[in-house]
Design a protein. Structure first.
Length: 198
């Protein structure tokens, strides 16, 4: 019984990844173009996530600054809210929103804000998106099927990658794959086809 339940998790994940391949291929291509336009113009990627997706945001920023699967010069990226001391100091300010304040202080026109909200955005994610638009930044939003609070904030120049599912675990699994696709595609566009070194 337990083995069957475990197998079912794998099957459900695999089925969703096949569905998501169709649903996300075009928006992922648009996201790659947005990131490349930003990076090649000297801009930076700012990444944030809600809840457990905060770790995925930090991981994405690390893959841009460091490397994905092969060596290359670092690309400008930072994970918002990752600095615990800064976040604590900002949170102590009355009514302060940590993510939006960081976008306003560090963002510039032409930068890209990537938001990861697998179970829908919290108020801080929505405020960060609004701040990014105020700075003339493009937003790339990774969500699940239902993201009403965030969908209403996105503009036609933004990119929305909505995984066709409602369960947070499945959505995050697809988000991680999509983020890896983004990293791979950016590397291929910047450095050409080559086998990864690890």
């Amino acid at each position: 019984m337990l083995e069957q339940r475990i197998q079912q998790q794998f099957f459900e994940c695999a089925d969703l990844q096949v569905q998501a391949a169709d649903a996300l291929a075009r928006p992922l291509t648009d996201a790659v173009h947005a990131v490349l336009g930003c990076i090649t113009a000297g801009g930076k990627l700012m990444v944030c996530g809600s809840g457990a997706a905060t770790a995925d945001a930090q991981h994405l920023a690390a893959q841009f600054v460091g490397r994905f699967e092969r060596e290359r010069p670092g690309l400008a990226a930072l994970a918002l809210g990752a600095d615990g001391v800064l976040a604590s100091a900002l949170a102590r300010e009355r009514g302060a929103d940590v993510l939006a304040k960081q976008v306003l202080a560090l963002g510039a026109p032409g930068d890209v804000l990537v938001v990861l909200a697998p179970v829908g955005p919290d108020d801080s994610i929505v405020a960060a998106v609004q701040a990014a638009h105020g700075k003339d930044m493009t937003v790339i939003a990774f969500t699940g099927r239902a993201a009403p609070g965030l969908s209403a904030e996105l503009t036609e120049t933004d990119v929305h990658l909505a995984v066709p599912h409602d369960r947070a675990a499945r959505i995050r699994e697809v988000h991680v794959l999509a983020l890896h696709c983004l990293c791979d595609a950016v590397d291929v566009q910047l450095m050409g086809e080559q086998e990864p070194t690890s």
